[in-house]
Design a protein around this ligand. Structure first.
Ligand code: A2P
Length: 347
């Protein structure tokens, strides 16, 4: 069986990774249609050795397509959902537009794979799978197996998030502003609200004054509850943007309902899908964004007892935001729904 696949936002940071991930996972693509705004219509991109031309996205773009991978922001996803689904095309959406909507599966394939097929209209689904928030995916690949073992009572997360989460233009801004800083030239931020080079700042998603959190921090809580199918873990987070290009790091402090030793946590994570224990304690080496960049697996290390209270562990987790945090997870969702199985990861 082969599929006609559309990529919405094909010129973006995640869109270009969709192309690479489809290619290297040998997703059975019969035809690939690359879609973006009018601005980049006509751009040439390569897929499996072939040069393809980016087309302007229109409601007709989905006619005859089987699968559409969306990463062009919530507004575009909302605007084109109807046209996509009405054309009988499965929508896998990387935006936050439908993640918490009832009946729309929110899927991390290693955690709740059974949900993916529920999106199919042939099975009474809505034709949409939502790809979770990047920080949430990266945390849950590691935390879900521990939750199954010992029950998470409370999670306190601190994140160190890369530029890629804010799109291709933010990655360029990090590079350009760093160059300008080193050359002593002034640089006016264009994409992010504050200077980025040699700086960090609380996450730039909207600040919700009533709650005291930014949106990103609430996504981790709400989306984790939906994916785990369990809203009992209490979750709080501080999300921070750091001057790293494409991998997110997370310090996770996790209180469990039942005792869980460090040794047992390592044992579980050594055999958990999508996770790699990655550390060399003797050399004081732990997972870093440059280790995770370009990798499929989420890296974990530095698992230790929190000495301040019982039944609590600290973990350090790093994952490629563009891959497991976005494009890879979305393609895996499509594999589960359309092929009924996951293809193997590269590492
Ligand atoms: P374009 O290159 O035409 O601007 P990123 O997440 O890296 O910022 O990328 C966003 C992606 O979404 C790009 O491919 C961008 O295309 C695309 N995009 C943004 N707005 C629209 C729109 N209104 N219609 C179609 N594609 C869009």
């Amino acid at each position: 069986m082969t599929f006609r696949v559309a990529i919405v936002g094909a010129t973006g940071a995640v869109g270009t990774e969709f192309i690479r991930v489809l290619e290297r996972r040998r997703f059975p693509v019969r035809e690939l249609r690359l879609l973006a705004s009018k601005r980049s219509a006509g751009t040439k991109l390569r897929f499996c050795g072939e040069e393809l031309t980016v087309e302007e996205l229109t409601p007709e773009s989905f006619r005859g397509m089987d699968l559409a991978l969306f990463s062009a922001g919530s507004a575009v996803s909302k605007q084109y959902r109807e046209a996509c689904v009405a054309a009988g095309c499965l929508m896998v959406d990387n935006s936050s537009a439908f993640r918490l909507e009832d009946g729309v599966p929110l899927v991390v394939p290693e955690v709740n794979p059974q949900e993916a097929a529920k999106a199919l209209r042939a099975r009474g689904g809505k034709g949409v799978i939502a790809n979770p928030n990047c920080v949430t995916i990266i945390a849950l690949v590691v935390l879900a197996p521990l939750h199954r073992e010992a029950g998470i009572k409370r999670l306190v997360a601190a994140t160190y998030q890369a530029a890629s989460g804010a799109g291709h233009a933010a990655m360029v801004e990090l590079q350009d502003s760093t160059r300008a800083y080193l050359e002593g030239r002034p640089y006016e931020p264009k994409v992010l609200p504050v200077p980025y080079a040699f700086n960090l700042f609380p996450h730039n998603s909207p600040w919700l004054a009533e709650q005291g959190y930014c949106e990103e921090e609430l996504k981790l809580r709400r989306e984790s509850h939906k994916i785990l199918g369990d809203s009992s873990p209490r979750i709080t987070a501080t999300c921070v943007r750091v001057p790293v290009l494409r991998a997110h790091s997370e310090a996770l402090n996790v209180e469990f309902a039942r005792p869980l030793s460090v040794a047992r946590a390592y044992e579980i994570l050594r055999t958990s899908p999508g996770v790699k224990v990655f550390e060399d304690p003797a050399r004081n080496r732990w997972p870093m964004p440059i280790d995770a960049a370009g990798r499929d697996s989420v890296l974990v290390g530095r698992i230790r007892v929190d000495q301040s209270q019982p039944n609590t562990l600290d973990l350090w987790v790093v994952g490629d935001q563009l891959l497991k945090g976005a494009a890879l997870n979305a393609v895996q969702c499509a594999e589960l729904a359309l092929l009924g199985e996951l293809r193997p990861n590269a590492d």
